[in-house]
Design a protein around this ligand. Structure first.
Ligand code: ADP
Ligand code: MG
Length: 575
């Protein structure tokens, strides 16, 4: 929590103003009982109306001043805490956007979402309370005790007895509630997680008739949370009347012993009333401060989660000095590349070496899980290899800026992702300053025209969030168009034709061939038909290169490739 307060730096002046305002607010509150005792002692008892009116006016003025300070301090503190939240959110977001996929694997995307939203709100709310309580509580406690003693020194033994008792009572309650609040936070996380899974997987859940199972799972977590909440509330329900009882008993004690003293002429009514009010103020301050301690654990948990994300440094960094890229069209080479996913025992890629130059098509084929996507992700530097190097025109990609590297690559991911906006917006994503002709050409090459034309608004047709209103194949073609429009020197198609029918697939490939004839092309594919014309086919098996060569060469030499080809041929022939 404290660590996050560094983000309050730009608000030093407003926070100082809040402190000053809160200080005056507490001071005026402390002043009121003294004025009241003056009215009683000197005004009412002597029947001095003038005095009553004068001091009464002063009381009104003091109260008004205190209220104005309170209003402005809460106004400013809410602004500061909102700004505080905004700063952490944008910091965290910026930090996360620099994450490599490793960090996403570790924290998990949904958790990052909660951390950027819910957790920050939590911290933001508590920070507002803390800034105010930090000033109010000590001033009221210390000031109240001093003033109470000055009003009646002999009654102050009541404070000495009552305050420790109150502290013990609160300490007992807090020690019971504190762990429950912590548990509650965990249960809320659990519910969020189940909810997220159920909502994201709703199609699968319905299709497998598992709605009931999900409901039970949710029900259990829900009951768990209810249980804890009820236990917390039970304690709180005892705490509130307990505190009230405590305060009332203390009042009785003050009035009782005060009355005795008044009878003996040792004190007077005004001082006793002031004493009573000071004691109340002290107790309130203590209760408010302890409420803060109850709220703190939740914010603390949130702060820890935010810090965890903020402290996570990505190992994929731009070099301090960018090395120049070799001249000419971009060629790529892998040299003895090994790669492990974090926590995995076996390498996802082993001893991968090959090179590809401009004008060549390199295809990668292999069963699912053989490391095809991993290989192309390494080239985009979503991960860094553990051993070996990947070079662009002879320069290690770790020695050039990520923006330089990715600026040369047109990447079509395995899972096509579209953004909220029109079809045109989505294609333009690949090159923000693309002309209409360029967009049109990309759409034509990617075989998207036929379905774009059939849509009512053509290129301006809206794409829903996540692209749910277009089919899988349409999504793939649009994400191909997005890569094409930037006319990059390296193309990566990660299984990008899998959702296309054979006819569209072959038309798309022949159109692509013309468009990409000057570029280095990497095609990951499952279908032999998609890849068999490639200049070089890499057969991957369990992260190892099982064979490399042309279709004809591999047919003759590579058993893994033969197996893939024959399994597919028979399927096609059978159709
Ligand atoms: P392919 O694209 O050939 O189907 P991948 O490259 O996606 O295969 O995966 C290769 C292997 O790495 C698989 O065994 C998979 O389980 C593992 N893997 C893929 N992504 C991750 C990840 N983010 N974290 C850990 N392991 C992963
Ligand atoms: Mg894959």
């Amino acid at each position: 929590m404290l660590k996050l307060f560094r983000f309050l730096k730009p608000y030093r002046t407003p926070i100082f103003v809040i402190f000053v305002l809160v200080f005056f607010q507490s001071m005026s509150q402390l002043y009121l009982p003294t004025l009241m005792s003056d009215i009683v002692n000197k005004g009412i008892i002597n029947g001095d109306v003038d005095y009553i009116l004068r001091i009464g006016g002063l009381m009104l003025g003091t109260a008004l001043f205190g209220s104005i300070c309170a209003i402005f301090s809460s106004l400013i503190s809410s602004q500061v805490s909102m700004g505080f939240g905004r700063i952490i959110r944008s910091r965290l977001f910026k930090h996360i956007t620099n994450f490599s996929l490793h960090e996403f694997d570790i924290i998990g995307t949904p958790s990052l979402v909660t951390r950027t939203t819910n957790d920050i709100t939590q911290v933001q709310n508590v920070s507002m309370m803390i800034t105010r309580m930090m000033i109010i509580a000590p001033i009221t406690c210390v000031g109240g005790i001093i003033l109470a003693i000055s009003k009646d020194r002999d009654l102050s033994w009541i404070i000495v007895v009552v305050i420790p008792l109150l502290l013990i009572f609160i300490a007992i309650v807090v020690s019971k509630v504190y762990p429950l609040f912590k548990a509650m936070q965990k249960k809320i996380d659990k519910i969020n997680q189940i909810l997220r899974e159920s909502l994201i997987g709703i199609r699968v859940i319905r299709a497998f008739n598992r709605t009931e199972r999900e409901e039970t799972r949710f029900e259990e977590a829900n009951e768990d949370l209810t249980d804890v909440s009820i236990r917390v509330n039970r304690i709180m329900a005892v705490m509130m009347p307990g505190i009230m009882l405590f305060m009332n008993l203390s009042s009785i004690a003050v009035i009782w012993f005060g009355a005795l003293r008044i009878e003996h002429g040792a004190t007077n009514i005004g001082d006793m009333m002031a004493f009573l009010q000071y004691m109340m103020q002290i107790m309130f301050a203590i209760i408010m401060a302890s409420l803060m301690f109850i709220m703190l654990p939740r914010a603390q948990a949130s702060a820890a989660r935010i810090n965890e994300a903020l402290d996570m440094e990505t190992d994929i960094l731009d070099p301090a000095v960018e090395k120049p890229l070799g001249e000419g069209k971009t060629s790529i080479s892998f040299e003895k590349v090994y790669f492990f996913y974090k926590g995995a025992e076996k390498p996802a890629l082993k001893d991968i070496s090959f090179s590809a130059s401009a004008g060549e098509v390199t295809a990668i084929i292999g069963s699912t899980g053989s490391g095809k996507s991993t290989l192309v992700n390494l080239l985009s530097r979503f991960y860094d290899p553990d051993e070996g190097s990947i070079r662009l025109n002879g320069t290690d990609i770790r020695d050039i800026k990520q923006s330089t590297l990715r600026g040369r690559i047109g990447f079509v991911p395995q899972k096509a992702v579209l953004f909220d906006g029109s079809i045109e917006d989505n294609i333009r994503y690949g090159k923000p300053d693309a002309s209409d002709e360029e967009i049109l050409r990309a759409a034509e090459t990617s075989q998207s025209m036929e379905f774009i034309n059939s849509m009512e608004e053509g290129f301006s047709s809206p794409i829903a969030q996540g692209g749910t209103n277009v089919s899988g194949g349409q999504k793939q073609r649009l994400s191909i168009a997005r890569a094409l429009v930037g006319r990059p020197e390296v193309y990566i198609f990660d299984d990008s034709f899998s959702a296309l029918d054979f006819k569209t697939d072959s038309r798309l490939r022949s159109a692509l061939k013309k468009e990409t004839s000057e570029s280095t092309v990497l095609i990951v594919g499952q279908r032999v038909a998609t890849i068999k014309d490639a200049d070089r086919i890499i057969v991957l098996e369990e992260g190892l290169i099982a064979g490399m060569g042309t279709h004809q060469e591999l047919l003759g030499s590579c058993p893994v490739y033969q197996e893939i080809v024959y399994s597919q041929l028979s399927a096609e022939e059978a159709e």
